[in-house]
Design a protein around this ligand. Structure first.
Ligand code: NAD
Length: 478
């Protein structure tokens, strides 16, 4: 009973939290109140129910698709599979998608979907039925299509579900040349793109690296610049959390703590992400991992252990007034959407911390989804047309330089210089460029308007200004 009340209570918060952030940031812009209202509101909220067969009986599934903003088309956003999904949450996540796309200059409006199930309670065949039926419901109402609304994975869904959606959409739209562009996050064998699976986590790691690279900001919070040796705790060992931890550790940070729903583990000397991941795969839990010095059955205690950087990468509403004062990190990088409440953020900043906000920090996923969509529309893999041409040009250049200087490069040097870019390298380069540029764009707004107060407000101000320009250019018709 108490849990239900808590869930109901959470239901009313997330969208209003996002709107609170919006309203606060909007004060620092000069737009008409009506235009701001248009930007903030969810344009279309589609709530539907459909039956599935479960064993010998029927079950009715609750589902949503919300298109928050049509200032750009198509709209874009993941589909969450969770028994906690509710309308308020899907609206909040759709709104965050709008701001996120604007921040990283991805030309989409924001959207989000939700299916209220715990995937663990269904067989693969039942999950396939649910996903295909969900897709058909979207098709019936024109809520999906490469130029309309393009779903992607989110909490509880992945490449497998995106394959089912792609196949259902293509089957229901025979002959539509761009059908594969109706959904992103597909496996590479089904018109996906190299690097999409790990893109959000890679983006989180790059966002973190950029944040700690600014000497002036690090000095203010009492840290040395650079990722090397920074102690990091990650919450959630799913898609975003696992890859965030992996890339942060590859960039020189030390992952000292990992938190999953069953508990948390800690070792100040560092945890081997891959080994913990394999241990969890084998035993079903991160607890019991031999190299952990401390274990916490109350997973929330894991967030409060000594570290420099905390990466919440599980769910919203994890860092609140109730625990923010116990968080020892100086920097929070939001891998998840909405992990920090506005009240907790105010306290964290007042105590001298920095939060790298979700709508920028986890935008790597949508950035690479954009690349996948472009690939699907152009029907050619990145690098396919120019790779060999580049290699031949580079080879001519190397031969010429060797001829002029009389110095012969080693075979390794030659192949490094000559090699043309693969799709993965191009995707990672586009992602890195996007994250670096966007971070410094946000920081510039933050620095040049001290009264803005937080990086989240700065990111929101930048997003509002870009979206306002789009709406003004579009005009109103009819
Ligand atoms: P996922 O389902 O792959 O992983 C989530 C992980 O969090 C799971 O391992 C789950 O067991 C764990 N978890 C659940 N409750 C927890 C708790 N109380 N404490 C600790 N761990 C808990 O989901 P994901 O795709 O990694 O998404 C995580 C977050 O990142 C969500 O907020 C999602 O909206 C956001 N996000 C995801 C993407 C993406 O590309 N997948 C992109 C942007 C943002």
């Amino acid at each position: 009973m108490a849990t239900n009340i808590l869930i109901a209570d959470q239901e009313t918060h997330f969208f209003s939290d996002v709107c609170k952030n919006f309203d606060h940031a909007a004060q620092f812009t000069k737009h008409d109140a009506g235009l701001l209202d248009q930007i903030k509101s969810c344009n279309s909220v589609y709530r539907f129910r459909f039956p599935i067969r479960k064993g010998n009986s029927f079950e009715v599934i609750d589902a949503w698709r919300v298109e928050h903003s049509h200032h750009q088309s198509p709209t874009k956003g993941g589909i969450r599979y969770s028994e906690m999904v509710n309308e308020d949450e899907v609206m909040a996540l759709a709104a965050l998608m709008t701001y996120k796309c604007a921040i990283v200059n991805v030309p989409f409006g924001g959207a989000k979907g939700g299916i209220k199930i715990n995937p663990k309670n269904y067989t693969v065949s039942e999950l396939e039925n649910i996903t295909r039926r969900y897709t058909v419901e979207l098709i019936k109402k024109n809520f999906i299509g490469p130029s309309i609304d393009v779903p992607a994975p989110d909490y509880g869904s992945g490449e497998r579900e995106m394959s089912w959606i792609a196949d259902t959409y293509a089957t229901m739209n025979p002959g539509q040349l761009d059908a594969m562009g109706a959904v992103t996050g597909k496996p590479i064998a089904l018109h996906g793109i190299a690097g999409r699976r790990e893109a959000t986590g890679r983006g989180v790691a790059i966002a973190t690296r950029e944040c700690v690279s600014v000497g002036e900001d690090m000095q203010r919070i009492g840290l040395l610049p650079g990722l090397s040796g920074k102690r990091v705790i990650v919450q959630g060992l799913g898609n975003v959390g696992y890859y965030s931890a992996k890339f942060l550790s590859e960039m020189g940070a030390i992952i000292v703590g990992l938190c999953e729903f069953e508990g948390a583990i800690y070792n100040e000397n560092g945890l081997d992400i891959e080994a913990v991941f394999q241990h969890r795969k084998a035993t079903g839990s991160i607890l019991g991992y031999a190299a952990a010095i401390q274990e916490f059955t109350n997973t929330m205690e894991g967030l409060e252990q000594p570290c420099d950087i905390l990466v919440p990468a599980a769910l919203e509403n994890q860092i609140t007034e109730a625990n923010i004062r116990n968080i020892q990190a100086k920097i929070i990088v939001e891998g998840a959407n909405g992990p920090t409440s506005p009240e907790a953020e105010a306290i964290f900043y007042a105590n001298g911390g920095i939060i790298v906000p979700d709508m920028f920090a986890n935008a790597g996923g949508v950035t690479v989804s954009y690349f996948e969509w472009l690939k699907n529309l152009s029907h050619v893999a990145f690098g396919r047309m120019n790779r060999r041409f580049e290699e031949n040009s580079n080879l001519n250049l190397v031969n010429m330089v060797e001829g002029i200087t009389g110095v012969a490069l080693t075979p390794v040097q030659r192949s490094t210089i000559i090699k043309g870019a693969s799709e993965l390298e191009l995707v990672n380069s586009g992602l890195e460029d996007t994250m670096i540029r966007s971070y410094h764009e946000i920081r510039e707004i933050y620095k040049s308007n001290p009264e803005i107060g937080t990086l989240r407000n700065a990111a929101m101000v930048g997003a509002i200004n870009k979206i306002a320009v789009s709406y003004q250019n579009l005009g109103i018709w009819p």
